[in-house]
Design a protein around this ligand. Structure first.
Ligand SMILES: *[C@@H]1O[C@H](CO)[C@@H](O)[C@H](O)[C@H]1NC(C)=O
Ligand SMILES: *[C@@H]1O[C@H](CO)[C@@H](O)[C@H](O)[C@H]1NC(C)=O
Ligand SMILES: *[C@@H]1O[C@H](CO)[C@@H](O)[C@H](O)[C@H]1NC(C)=O
Ligand SMILES: *[C@@H]1O[C@H](CO)[C@@H](O)[C@H](O)[C@H]1NC(C)=O
Ligand SMILES: *[C@@H]1O[C@H](CO)[C@@H](O)[C@H](O)[C@H]1NC(C)=O
Ligand SMILES: *[C@@H]1O[C@H](CO)[C@@H](O)[C@H](O)[C@H]1NC(C)=O
Ligand SMILES: *[C@@H]1O[C@H](CO)[C@@H](O)[C@H](O)[C@H]1NC(C)=O
Ligand SMILES: *[C@@H]1O[C@H](CO)[C@@H](O)[C@H](O)[C@H]1NC(C)=O
Ligand SMILES: *[C@@H]1O[C@H](CO)[C@@H](O)[C@H](O)[C@H]1NC(C)=O
Ligand SMILES: *[C@@H]1O[C@H](CO)[C@@H](O)[C@H](O)[C@H]1NC(C)=O
Ligand SMILES: *[C@@H]1O[C@H](CO)[C@@H](O)[C@H](O)[C@H]1NC(C)=O
Ligand SMILES: CC(=O)N[C@H]1CO[C@H](CO)[C@@H](O)[C@@H]1O
Length: 751
């Protein structure tokens, strides 16, 4: 592409004729310092200055443009974080919730970069991701598996690192879903636009909005987010894609987001509403060039806003240097262009890093078991194959095969699946283990010779869970829980699976349960059974799932995954249910997941942050370094990512972590903060973590950086992130309920 002029100013484009500079959301008119987006802005402005109105309209409606200024090919958008959807020769990665369970910054970044490189090499520009949300306000939410979980801090770091990974791979990150879209029930306009954050007294108030749902988008914008997908739901009675409070004021002005907003499928309801509300790109009959032209000609849509839209459509493209002309051309879905590289290794490593060992009475890792029996359809391949057409009408509640990818927008293109059955078979052959299996006991068996006499001491048994469980050294029971786009979960445990686990455990004194689930899966139906000796629990791991699980079972990898949600004892222990009204009242405010369990002192089965290892760790030497005073409000420039001061490190907390066991392993020490009352915060909140790999006997000082935002709260009256004076409690531990070290610091704030 060739540019005639870089000297085009905002004024020339009419951008300063904006109405209200603090809320207009227009780039450059909203007082945001663009920083490293400045060059991209200049390029985009220069290109737009050479376009006719028709060309601008073509660009914002998803068409390619040829101008005297150069040519621009329409951006291609595609799902998602788990790899390209509907393509041959691409990888099926772990879903985002699995990735978050690694609590490993490098793993999260590496996966996004690998996914991004596959998009880049197939010629796609925009990833519909990272998927920060649904966060998992309610455990019944059908799409929680696609997001990074209910803790804003962990979710934010993962969303930010994924954004950076996509940017570094040369593609445009398109964060979703904006905002307060937390359930499938009534999510669409036809359903009344329910599921979104309600307004009024019961709605998601401004404090909840900022401290929980908006928080991760700060990380994303700060790290280079180029696009944002507005959701299908309504917020405060207005569709998310038409909500200028959300898009113009909050996203584009407060967060300083410079990129484009595009609608989720069915997210768009009127051209006028969305054009004025903050949407920048559309490609539907609603958002057509002719409609937009009418809006322009009768003055509803200003030229300034059209220019703003057009620049926003281009700025992300320049920001990731897609204008260098190096990206390969877009490939057909079935083209034999293999972009997978060595990603299978990363998928296997990340899968293993993500599973949490919840319980272990010393029977794991396995050591060449003599007789091993395998139970459950989740161990083996699904009858209908792994690439069944995407289902956006809901799925589940379980899957009769190994669950290795999601559904709807969370469905990867699966090139192959290593099932646990395959990985265990290879292992059994190497170890001279006798391996038996029964995937499901509800089939009519055939082919067995009636001449064979069965008996309890014989290998010939009539296939039942009990018979195979008997005489086994170890019984591995595989279970899953499935849901996805289009419908919410109907259960948090499953009777058939739980009966299977109990039947096996009644007959096998070494029963190990492996769970892969789309959200909280209750275990109380059998967790206290004397014969359930170990539980490995995780999300959905992608094409290498079976290898990752078997690496952990045999101790080739020492478990280090940690829960990103609370596992309750009973369904009724969770405070947020699905809602069936046009809009949901977020009456629980910021009290979701462990914040609620802590506030009400509800004992979980396994707390947020929990996960064991085959080795043990000792915590000691807590050290806190914070200033005695700071300013109440941030004083930095208004930048992309909000006030620049929010990102400043204002203090540190450190602790010594020692591997005092006999095996190498990784620990994830977690920092929780309790705030002074004036900040009106939950009992304690995650504000730091670090995954540290240690050899047996090795120790390390782990330091958590506290950024200004980590000690701030959202003040509704001031419309600012403020710091409260008073005493802050410091807890460092192995989960939100296993707090090994405690301390405190005091802060005095000045005006
Ligand atoms: C701009 O909007 C802000 C926030 O809504 C408001 O306080 C201010 O008065 C408005 N300014 C103008 C010039 O309308
Ligand atoms: C732009 O596209 C037109 C036709 O669509 C083509 O003739 C022209 O060569 C292209 N210009 C550049 C710089 O690629
Ligand atoms: C939500 O709050 C509004 C206003 O308080 C109330 O009218 C409505 O019944 C509430 N809906 C639910 C599902 O609680
Ligand atoms: C919804 O509107 C109410 C009342 O104007 C306001 O307090 C609240 O912050 C709004 N919530 C969102 C999410 O915009
Ligand atoms: C402009 O045109 C649109 C689309 O036809 C219409 O909805 C809107 O009411 C018109 N506005 C004015 C001010 O005429
Ligand atoms: C994959 O290959 C790249 C470069 O070729 C290398 O940097 C990376 O470490 C490899 N990843 C794994 C998991 O082996
Ligand atoms: C076995 O298969 C039947 C029929 O598909 C199903 O209803 C049942 O839930 C399965 N059992 C388990 C434990 O998955
Ligand atoms: C545990 O398994 C053994 C068989 O190994 C069985 O005899 C025993 O009854 C089981 N215990 C329970 C509590 O079911
Ligand atoms: C199970 O029972 C067998 C036979 O009594 C015993 O050798 C083995 O140690 C037991 N395993 C466990 C995990 O308790
Ligand atoms: C390691 O230290 C922890 C905490 O002090 C302790 O509970 C554990 O028993 C120790 N492990 C070993 C193997 O000594
Ligand atoms: C704020 O922005 C101004 C103008 O761009 C710049 O000169 C100044 O250094 C910035 N201040 C900080 C603290 O970044
Ligand atoms: C307001 C609205 O659309 N409510 C619907 C929400 O979903 C339930 C269950 O699908 C319907 O029964 C309601 O009519």
């Amino acid at each position: 592409m060739r540019f005639i002029s870089f000297a085009v100013t905002a004024a020339l484009l009419g951008l300063t004729s904006a109405t209200n500079s603090s809320t207009s959301g227009l780039l450059k008119a909203n007082g945001v310092t663009l920083g490293d987006w400045e060059a991209a802005y200049e390029k985009a402005s220069a290109f737009v200055a050479g376009l006719t109105t028709d060309q601008k309209l073509a660009l914002i409606t998803g068409s390619s443009v040829s101008s005297s200024n150069g040519n621009f090919s329409a951006l291609e958008f595609l799902d998602g974080d788990m790899g390209l959807q509907n393509y041959f020769f691409v990888s099926a990665f772990s879903l985002s919730s699995a990735l978050a369970m690694t609590w490993d910054r490098d793993a999260i970044y590496a996966q996004a970069k690998a996914v991004g490189s596959e998009f880049y090499n197939k010629g796609i520009q925009v990833v519909a991701g990272p998927t920060s949300q649904p966060m998992g306000r309610t455990p019944w939410g059908g799409r929680n598996v696609e997001g990074f979980g209910p803790d804003p801090y962990l979710n934010g770091l993962a969303t930010g690192l994924s954004t950076k990974g996509y940017v570094d791979a040369g593609v445009i990150p398109g964060g979703k879903h904006f905002l307060l879209y937390e359930q499938e029930t009534n999510r669409t306009s036809s359903g009344g636009g329910g599921g979104g954050g309600g307004g009024g007294p019961g709605g998601a108030n401004d404090k909840t909005l900022h401290e929980t749902y908006l928080w991760p988008f700060y990380d994303a914008v700060k790290n280079g987010l180029g696009a944002v997908m507005c959701a299908m739901t309504k917020v405060n009675g207005t569709y998310s894609c038409e909500n200028s409070d959300l898009l113009m004021k909050t996203l584009k002005t407060e967060l300083g987001f410079p990129g484009l907003v595009w609608p989720d499928m069915n997210g768009q309801n009127s051209a006028e509403g969305s054009a004025l509300g903050g949407e920048d790109y559309g490609s539907s009959s609603i958002w057509s060039t002719s409609t937009m032209k009418t809006l322009l000609s009768n003055g509803t849509l200003t030229e300034a806003r059209l220019n703003d839209m057009t620049i926003r459509n281009l700025i992300g493209y320049y920001h990731v240097n897609l204008d260098n002309g190096l990206q390969p051309a877009m490939q057909d879905q079935d083209a034999y262009v293999d972009v997978r590289g060595n990603h299978s290794k990363l998928i296997r490593e990340n899968g293993a890093k993500s599973m949490a060992l919840l319980k272990n009475e010393g029977t794991l890792p396995l050591k060449k078991p003599r007789v091993m029996s395998v139970f459950g359809a989740h161990a083996g391949p699904v009858m209908g194959g792994p690439n069944a057409a995407m289902n956006v009408e809901g799925s589940g509640p379980t899957y009769q095969g190994h669950l290795a990818t999601g559904t709807g927008s969370g469905q990867a293109s699966v090139p192959y699946v290593i099932t646990p059955y395959v990985a265990l078979t290879i292992r059994a052959a190497q170890d001279a283990t006798m391996m038996r299996w029964i995937m499901n006991d509800t089939y009519s068996s055939s082919g067995g010779s009636t001449l064979i006499q069965e008996g309890t001491d014989s290998t010939a048994v009539s296939p039942s869970y009990a018979n195979y469980a008997t005489n086994s050294d170890v019984c591995l029971v595989f279970i899953n829980a499935l849901s996805g786009e289009g419908a919410d979960r109907t259960e948090l445990y499953n009777e058939d699976q739980d009966t299977m686990v109990n039947t096996v455990a009644d007959n096998c004194n070494n029963t190990v349960v492996v769970v892969n689930t789309v959200g909280p899966r209750l275990l109380d139906q059998w967790i206290e059974h004397d014969n359930v000796t170990a539980v490995l629990y995780g999300s959905i791991l992608g094409q290498e799932s079976g290898n990752a699980i078997v690496d952990l079972l045999y101790g080739d990898v020492n478990p280090s995954g940690r829960l990103i949600h609370t596992i309750a004892k009973n369904e009724s222990d969770y405070n947020v249910e699905l809602c069936y009204t046009a809009q949901c009242n977020f009456t629980e405010g910021v009290y979701i997941d462990y914040r609620y369990f802590d506030a009400k002192n509800v004992t979980p089965r396994y707390p947020f942050g929990h996960g064991l290892s085959y080795t043990t760790f000792k915590y000691s030497d807590l050290a806190i370094k914070t200033p005695s005073a700071t300013t109440r409000a941030p004083r930095g420039n208004h930048t992309v990512g909000g006030n620049s001061d929010l990102w400043d490190v204002v203090g540190t907390v450190s602790a010594r972590i020692t591997n005092n066991g006999t095996l190498a392993g990784a620990e994830v020490p977690q920092l929780y903060l309790g705030f002074p009352d004036a900040a009106d915060q939950p009992v304690r909140q995650l504000r730091g973590f670090e995954r540290v790999e240690l050899r047996a006997g090795q120790e390390s000082i782990v330091t958590f950086n506290l950024r200004r935002r980590d000690i701030s709260y959202w003040d509704v009256a001031a419309q600012q992130w403020l710091v409260a004076s008073g005493k802050y409690q410091v807890y460092v531990g192995a989960s939100s309920r296993d707090l090994r070290l405690t301390g405190a610091f005091s802060l005095r704030v000045k005006a």
